[in-house]
Design a protein around this ligand. Structure first.
Ligand code: HEC
Length: 134
């Protein structure tokens, strides 16, 4: 039996539900709940629809086929603390949202790291939200 992987195609839509979610994000809390929604809502603007990254004002690394995602601690660190031109999301996304989006990128875009990241994994390493003084 042949399986046709359509994951990339399914990532290309943006629907009214997302527009609604975006309009509710006036506070610092992003409402998106699932990994895919968090990705589309928060990460896709920079890392692009299928994780290919790009070159614009900053070089955005591809998350697609990215061996640095093999160790989940690395993307957890980057998302919590930011890196270079990437903002931090500690204080903006919940443990559940960060766990979901990292699990999502580690199992999509040609990545196949099946060990799911749990909210408790985020809670364990999340410190106080960074401030400008840091
Ligand atoms: C404002 C643009 C922007 C947004 C939004 C953003 N990133 Fe990034 N991201 C970057 C940039 C720029 C880098 C490269 C930083 C560097 O190496 O200096 C990066 C790096 C990364 C890396 C490290 C990749 C590597 O090869 O070292 C990961 C993992 C990552 N981002 C995941 C995410 C996830 C998950 C989200 C959504 C929660 C996200 N990013 C949102 C701009 C962004």
């Amino acid at each position: 039996m042949r399986r046709v992987i359509l994951a990339a195609a399914s990532l290309c839509w943006t629907g009214p539900a997302l527009a609604d979610a975006a309009s509710s994000a006036g506070s610092s809390t992003v409402q998106a709940a699932t990994g895919q929604l968090v990705y589309q809502h928060v990460c896709q603007g920079c890392h692009m629809a299928n994780g290919q990254g790009g070159v614009g004002a900053a070089r955005i690394p591809a998350l697609a086929h990215n061996a640095k995602l093999e160790s989940s601690g690395y993307p957890v660190y980057v998302v919590l603390n930011g890196l270079g031109g990437m903002p931090w999301f500690n204080g903006m996304l919940s443990d559940q949202q960060i766990a979901a989006v990292i699990t999502y990128v580690r199992t999509h875009f040609g990545n196949d790291y099946k060990d799911a990241v749990a909210p408790a994994d985020i809670a364990a390493v999340r410190g106080p939200a960074p401030t400008k003084e840091n």
